[in-house]
Design a protein around this ligand. Structure first.
Ligand code: SIN
Ligand code: CO
Length: 415
């Protein structure tokens, strides 16, 4: 069994008639202009700014409320399965600690210049998941997570750059952002976090609740809290070539596709090996022969899509689903889902291509399920009415019941 290379950087019921409960609709459709993007359409934004240049959007989400309170954020940071970091800048010295943090392990909220970063808040909080869903004009395969940062006055993570696109949405208090498109991205040596050696800001803005800054990769930036503040970072994954290659080779090895599946168990043979006087020397013929075996490693487009679908839908290592403790049997499940509909659990990743779907790291054929499964994947919801129609096929109810028992779907509308 090959060892997987590490990843680099995994209610109450309501029978109300359904509102438009389509999660994709939380995001503007490609040609719908939206305040979220400064009255651009997603198509215009993607063409003009995505991966190209920064964009400041005033009042992207007017009347925004933070998805959770400071105390709720601190509670999350105290959980083992939540990734959190504490960054302090006391007496001009940068320090970094990794969570979990008990409430009394965090500095006092009256102390200046510290920040708490909590990754993957969308996995634990419906309002954060709903915020993330507004950005689904970018494919799910690229969407990573929503990080919440809390900072006291003067707090921040120092001037730095990231290797991925990010929307920095101010949800509470104010933060001063300075950015620059500098070439020199050298870092201060010997620090526990990435801080630029020479930061040359070119622009500066004070962001208030509802304002948002989009940054493509490698733009230098520094955000400093003015008073207590909270910022949501909607981040995108940008796997490196090295990561993709390592993970794909692992996939090939695991699938037994490597070295030509037909003769993968054949032993290396060397009937022509002469006797040697220098036993430690690596035989050139061995290198040639192994080179020839490796050159036979082959893969198809299907391997690439299976790899990507399963890899990108694989839950992060910390993700744990919460199956119902006393699950309803299939008949009761069908009855309740017929009243309330079903939604994907906020931790579920469901992707598809022309022939397969990829659910939380597993590949299955779309044959027979395509019409409703792609709808569920895109909208993350099937209405009660839709469920009633679909449940006329017992196989659909059986499959959804299985997913419900695994904690992959929930009953009721999107929250
Ligand atoms: C923060 O929210 O404090 C930092 C986010 C970033 O700069 O990427
Ligand atoms: Co950053």
């Amino acid at each position: 069994m090959p060892v997987r290379p590490p990843d680099y950087p995994a209610g109450k019921a309501s029978a109300r008639p359904s509102r438009t409960p389509v999660s994709a609709s939380r995001a503007p459709s490609p040609d719908q202009s939206s305040p979220l993007l400064g009255n651009l359409t997603p198509s215009q934004f993607m063409r003009r700014y995505w991966q190209k240049k920064p964009l400041l959007i005033r009042q992207a989400i007017p009347d925004i409320a933070a998805p959770l309170t400071r105390d709720e954020l601190f509670e999350l940071a105290d959980q083992d399965e939540v990734e959190s970091r504490l960054i302090t800048h006391f007496r001009n010295k940068w320090q970094l600690e990794h969570g979990p943090f008990a409430a009394d392990e965090l500095p006092s909220v009256r102390q200046r210049a510290w920040t708490l970063l909590v990754q993957g808040v969308d996995l634990h909080n419906d309002s954060a998941r709903a915020l993330l869903d507004r950005f689904r004009f970018v494919p799910d395969a690229r969407l990573d997570d929503l990080m919440v940062s809390y900072a006291t006055d003067g707090g921040g993570v120092g001037p730095h750059f990231d290797s991925y696109d990010v929307f920095l949405l101010q949800v509470h208090g104010k933060r001063r952002w300075r950015i620059g498109a500098q070439r020199d991205l050298s870092l201060q040596p010997g620090l526990p976090l990435k801080v630029l050696q020479h930061f040359e800001p070119e622009e500066e803005w004070l962001l208030e609740p509802g304002d948002m800054l989009y940054l493509p990769p490698h733009i230098a930036h520094d955000g400093v809290a003015q008073g207590e503040c909270m910022t949501c970072s909607i981040g995108f994954r940008a796997p490196s070539t090295a990561e993709l290659a390592a993970q794909f080779l692992y996939y090939l090895a695991e699938r037994g596709e490597a070295a030509g599946a037909r003769d993968r168990d054949a032993l290396y043979r060397d009937p022509q090996q002469p006797a040697v006087a220098k036993p430690a020397a690596l035989p050139a013929a061995l290198v040639d022969r192994v080179g020839a075996i490796l050159a036979k490693i082959d893969w198809s487009d299907k391997d690439v899509s299976t790899f990507l679908g399963t890899y990108l839908s694989e839950p992060k290592p910390s993700v744990v689903f919460d199956p119902p403790q006393r699950p309803l049997d299939a008949a009761r499940f069908a009855k309740r889902a017929s009243n309330e509909g079903v939604r994907l659990d906020r931790k579920t990743v469901l992707l598809y291509d022309n022939r397969f779907y990829y659910l939380n790291g597993e590949e299955n054929s779309l044959t027979g399920v395509k019409s409703w499964l792609t709808e569920l994947a895109d909208s993350r919801y099937l209405s009660a009415k839709r469920f009633v129609t679909l449940s006329q096929q017992s196989s659909v109810t059986a499959l959804l019941h299985e997913w419900y028992r695994a904690g992959w779907i929930q009953m009721g509308e999107l929250r």
